[in-house]
Write a protein that binds this ligand. Structure first.
Ligand code: TRP
Length: 451
């Protein structure tokens, strides 16, 4: 995107759809349900929603306003407002570089499942050991990951816009299909227990990790703390009502995650009787559970195939945005050409993605801070780096540019009903909360405290 295109979101709807399109991705469909299943069901859902509408909302607004005010991307925006703060932009910009690789591994799983459904493998995919058998292969998951990486890079390199148009069709269909699958799931025998587990908060299931995981998910799902919202903000017309657009994007994002949870969690109870091991399945949960749901449906093969191809679109558009953001880091930060930046990003992605994939098979004994390789990158980015970046953004706003600057930016295009809440959150609540969570998760990851 070049500067002449700035301000290219002329309408509110266009803005909302584009930002929501990039926010909705594997985070909502793959990541949210497995975290909710693992960290307490209803209590996780509750904590997540509270965090998203308070801290999440504040941070999304702050980043968007900074982007619109400066008309620049993250790296430039900080430096523009205060020369000494330039480094803060770098931290934001570096995060997507570490997300892309493992995102592509999951994208590769989605592609594989799509191919299995296309070749009539619906029954095979529903077998208990299918997923673990597949991921423990050495070469096949790597091949699919590489295909996914190549597809994303190609679009980034060629700067093809068509894919965004395709995703504008695909996303609403995905939302509707997910809703249908969710309704089917919750009406299976035995799923009522699962529905209760997912919807009714049970404080016995609460642990400190519930907050850490929900916070990380909030950053991930709303695409906070990685320069993305700065960029979108910089393209946002000064007339678009910021407060209400962001509210709608949040509703959309939370809504899709909620439906994905409904689709998967009750089905875990229906097909495995709520076995704690099944709830703790981790990153594989969607790939283990949904094929069982599809296998029990009449047109399961077709529905499964359609589902995975739509998820592929959602994942691809997110991967493209993430890659764009990573490449902007090399282009803006080091003045490299687009070609060189793409080449560097391809190498980094491969070097990290291959171990992430092998971590489920050949290298499944390898742990970093007690986590598998993919989980390690996921944890480092979402639970360590993003809270650091967000904390710095809060400090930057409160101490360097002043909350007023943001408030004025929001007000120039509409009302700011939650101005007081925003001011208190960004100045006191968010920094204090982020600091506590950050220190605790570092201490726990290093084994100093047990949570
Ligand atoms: N929010 C996306 C999802 O839910 C993932 C994501 C995080 C993302 N940061 C991003 C997508 C930046 C595009 C751009 O899957």
């Amino acid at each position: 995107m070049n500067t002449t295109e700035r301000g290219s979101f002329s309408g509110k709807l266009g803005y909302i759809l584009t930002v929501a399109g990039s926010a909705v991705g594997l985070g909502n469909i793959w990541r949210f349900p497995y975290l909710a299943a693992k960290y307490g069901g209803g209590i996780f859902l509750l904590v997540y929603i509270i965090l998203a509408v308070t801290f999440g909302y504040t941070l999304v607004l702050a980043e968007t306003a900074l982007g619109r005010k400066t008309g620049k991307s993250a790296i430039a925006a900080f430096g523009d407002l205060n020369k000494k703060s330039k480094g803060m932009g770098f931290i934001n910009a570096i995060i997507p570089i570490f997300i892309v690789p493992y995102y592509c591994v999951i994208g590769g799983w989605v592609l594989k499942y799509f191919s299995v459904y296309m070749t009539g493998g619906a029954m095979k995919a529903a077998e208990d050991t299918y997923f673990t058998g597949y991921v423990s292969n050495v070469s096949e998951p790597i091949v699919w990951t590489v295909v996914f990486i190549a597809a994303s890079l190609l679009f980034v390199f060629l700067g093809v816009k068509g894919i965004e148009k395709a995703s504008k069709f695909a996303m609403p269909i995905l939302a509707v299909l997910s809703l249908i699958i969710a309704i089917y799931s919750v009406t299976r025998p035995g799923s009522l227990e699962g529905l209760k587990f997912y919807l009714i908060p049970n404080f016995n299931n609460f642990s400190f990790m519930t907050i850490v995981a929900a916070l990380g998910q909030m950053f991930y799902s709303l695409s906070i703390a990685m320069g993305i919202l700065f960029a979108y903000g910089s393209y946002m017309n000064k007339k678009i009502d910021m407060e209400s657009s962001i509210k709608q994007i949040e509703i959309f994002d939370i809504g899709i995650a909620f439906i994905a949870g409904l689709m998967i969690i009750p089905a875990v109870f229906s097909f495995s009787g709520g076995d704690p091991a099944a709830l703790n399945a981790g990153p594989g949960l969607m790939f283990v559970t949904l094929p069982k749901v599809f296998a029990s449906m009449k047109l399961g093969g077709v529905i499964g195939g359609t589902f995975f191809v739509l998820v592929f679109f959602a994942a691809l558009t997110s991967a493209i945005s993430l890659m764009e953001a990573s490449i902007a880091f090399f282009m803006d930060g080091f003045k490299l050409s687009r070609k060189a930046s793409c080449a560097i990003m391809a190498c980094i992605t491969l070097v990290i993605a291959v171990p992430c994939s092998l971590g489920f098979g050949l290298w499944d004994g390898v742990t970093l801070l007690g986590m598998g390789i993919l989980d390690f990158f996921d944890f480092m980015t979402n639970s360590i780096l993003m809270p650091i970046a967000a904390l710095l953004t809060c400090i930057f706003i409160a101490k360097v540019v002043g909350v007023k600057t943001i408030v004025e930016e929001v007000k120039c295009s509409g009302e700011f009903k939650r101005e007081k809440l925003f001011t208190i959150t960004i100045t006191y609540l968010a920094p204090a909360f982020l600091l506590i969570i950050l220190v605790s998760s570092i201490l726990s990851a290093m084994g100093f405290i047990k949570m």
